[in-house]
Write a protein that binds this ligand. Sequence first.
Ligand SMILES: O=C(CO)[C@H](O)[C@H](O)COP(=O)(O)O
Length: 299
Amino acid sequence: MDCVLFNQPSVPRIFISSNVHHQSFGNSHNNIVGIGHYRKRLSSPNLNTWTCRAAETPFENGSLFETLSAEITPQTIDFFVSETEGDPDCPTEGYSSIGEALNALSQGKFVIVVDDESGEVEGNLVMAASFVSAEAIAFMVRHGSGIISVGMKEEDLERLNLPLMSPEKENDSSVPSFTITVDAKKGTSTGVSASDRAKTVLALSSPTSTPEDFIRPGHVFPLKYRNGGVLRRFGHTEASVDLVASAGLQPVSVLSAIVDKNDSSIASMHILKNLALEHKIPIVSITDLIRYRRKRRSS
Ligand SMILES: O=C(CO)[C@H](O)[C@H](O)COP(=O)(O)O
């Protein structure tokens, strides 16, 4: 069966697809009412929607979703990560601790961030944007999709006058929020070389940059971080900015999806772990980061 019954008092009778990613769900008023999973959009445009479904028989009002009488509390905005899983600072087996990742990031090194082992895994190479170099971009291009993204907070995107590419999708958490693309104006040539892209990433990370410092369109893809980070959205964008900020650095990340060298498909867990081992890169899971952040928020 592709569904499980989410037996939670505030979210009655909602089925959630398995083999999927953690996510919270909202009612028709856009309030977050429950926690569950979603299938990541990948192979089909039809997957660009939540796979949270109501019971097979419609509710009395004929709606797909029942009207919820439960009180919406700030608690429900969080993803469900069991507190019975032990010490939130202890990594899931096979992963590095969040502490190790923060240590690497604060030294200008890479970490690999993995979204979910049970679903369609995607691992991203992540670094603090303020530490990027031409060598680091070359490494990301060698092992990644070739697309270099920069996770940025809303206030920085506004300061740099970088609007979303598809503003109509802003509230759709199942898709990343790309802004228009950019190249740094100063010191770049075509914008696509590793050295040009490093200059662009550095300019995006600088708190003193202004809109005039960039050419639009370009070869670097800023991504808008959703406020609340991984406690709000289970994405590499949010995880990368949360990690960099937790390392005490300017909250701007650089990230790229890791792919299989043979066919450029998304890298399997096996490939991600080998890459981590070969290059001594900490590999962390977003679920562990959620537990880490939740522990610190409540203490
Ligand atoms: O490829 C990527 C960056 O180049 C990222 O994996 C992706 O765009 C970020 O997506 P999300 O926040 O939805 O995990």
